[in-house]
Write a protein that binds this ligand. Structure first.
Ligand code: LLP
Length: 421
């Protein structure tokens, strides 16, 4: 469910015409819908109603402060993976008691930041990390509450680049090593094991692999308790997928929540969830302008002013994003199969191959749908292109929540060494 729809023949976000935004801000530009963000946060929250549950929105999916503040107002916590994300979550007003810190490579400085903020939990991913966290916390006279992220060796399905729960993936502690690591944590100062953490991948389109992983993890919780560890939390990560095209059949949050309810029944734990895409994905679009069409042997290129530096997902994962012209066309409109490409000097700068679209005229605008998660956050300045702008809509209002930098601002970050002046 999202709030992007045609009204009077033009594509709108809630009550705002996307043309009005593109006229003012220019293209490419991301546009996010507050109503969609709120709705997704509420649907997930309600699905877990009555359970002890922390919804820690995964900031990596979309860390714009406007997005974070919208979700903070809905009571979401945050799952962060860097000092920068931690600072953002705090700047958005998310209390430390609702923040979990994940990631395989935390620096001592990042650990210190988390400890000084007094965050809810560190999700640790290796024995070596535990030793360093113990040291950093002890030096500060603090105790880090930790969950060990275990690798349950379960295939999540989906694209291999975003699968994380198989033996051989870099994430988590090998299943066989978990018990020994908890025993070691019990010996160390500055760390207290309070939970178990698992995350098996992203854009997961079926409940079964998650159930298999979570059931395995519940056996570990019971075993750890028998060994004397006071495990009171279970962090089940994120990963629930979203529909990217009509006909995509994804399990609803209620089915996901019911499975978790069943699997954790009687366990007496606080469940922590780290949803990212399912909250932000369909709450955002990227608007681009068509520059040229170019006929070539056996294909027609449609060249747009957004590039892979603005939306990486097609180049990285061959991901599909629906493309809608801002001007609505009748169903009967003649269609052309376009290869939709950007201006970047890379062959992977391609958004779609042989995509049927109505005839697109230069100057016409298009929306890349479902781009709210892993869109702007993955953008870069490759080819010296300014970082893409972002706009947040709420009803009939909108605001630029990240403006496009000027070329002068981009250049000003660099200094010329004196031997070149
Ligand atoms: N928790 C952990 C530990 C994660 O690694 C991730 C995502 C999440 C939560 C949130 O997962 P979600 O609910 O959004 O699926 N760039 C890729 C996705 C990478 C996901 C990385 N980790 C893409 O565009 O598809």
């Amino acid at each position: 469910m999202h709030h992007f729809h045609y009204r009077n023949g033009r594509l709108h976000c809630e009550d705002v015409s996307l043309d009005a935004i593109a006229d003012e801000v220019g293209t490419p530009v991301y546009v996010y819908s507050s109503a969609t963000l709120r709705r997704h946060a509420r649907v997930i929250g309600e699905a877990f109603d009555g359970m002890s549950c922390l919804i820690a929105y995964s900031v990596k999916a979309n860390g714009n402060l406007g997005v974070l503040k919208t979700l903070a107002a809905e009571g979401c916590g945050a799952d962060v993976v860097s000092g920068g994300e931690l600072k953002r979550a705090r700047a958005a007003g998310i209390p430390p008691s609702r923040i979990v810190f994940s990631g395989v490579g935390k620096t001592r400085e990042e650990m210190r930041l988390g400890l000084e903020e007094g965050i809810h939990q560190f999700n640790v991913e290796s024995a070596a990390e535990v030793e360093v966290l113990s040291d950093v916390a002890s030096l500060l006279g603090k105790t880090a509450k930790i969950a060990v992220r275990v690798n349950p060796d379960v295939a999540a399905g989906g694209h291999p680049n975003i699968s994380t729960g198989k033996a051989g993936d870099k994430f988590g502690v090998p299943w066989e090593a978990a018990d020994a690591l908890y025993a070691r944590i019990a010996e160390l100062d500055g760390v207290e094991a309070v939970g178990v953490d698992v995350h098996i991948g992203s854009q997961i389109d079926a409940i079964a692999p998650m159930r298999a992983a979570f059931e395995r993890v519940v056996t570990l919780v019971r075993r750890l308790r028998e060994a004397g560890h006071a495990i009171t939390r279970l962090d089940l990560g994120g990963g629930l997928g979203i529909p990217y095209k009509p006909g995509d059949d994804l399990p609803p949050p209620s089915e996901y929540a019911n499975m978790i309810r069943q699997v954790t029944e009687g366990l007496g734990v606080e469940v922590i969830l780290e949803p990212g895409r399912v909250i932000a994905g369909n709450a955002g679009v990227l608007i681009a302008e068509a520059l040229f069409t170019k006929p070539a042997p056996k294909r027609t290129f449609l060249i747009v002013d957004a590039g892979m530096n603005d939306l990486m997902r097609p180049a990285l994962y061959q991901a599909h994003h629906d493309i809608l012209p801002l001007e609505e066309r009748p169903d009967s409109t003649e269609q052309i199969n376009y290869d939709v490409v950007g201006p970047i000097c890379e062959s992977t700068d391609k958004f779609a191959t042989e995509r049927p679209l109505p005839v697109i005229r230069p100057g016409e605008r298009l929306a890349f749908m479902s781009a709210g998660a892993y869109g702007a956050v993955l953008s870069s300045q490759y080819n010296a292109r300014p970082l893409v702008a972002e706009v947040l809509v709420d009803g009939d209002k909108y605001a630029i929540v990240r403006r496009r930098p000027t070329f002068d601002e981009m250049i000003a970050l660099e200094t010329t060494p004196d031997w070149l002046t």
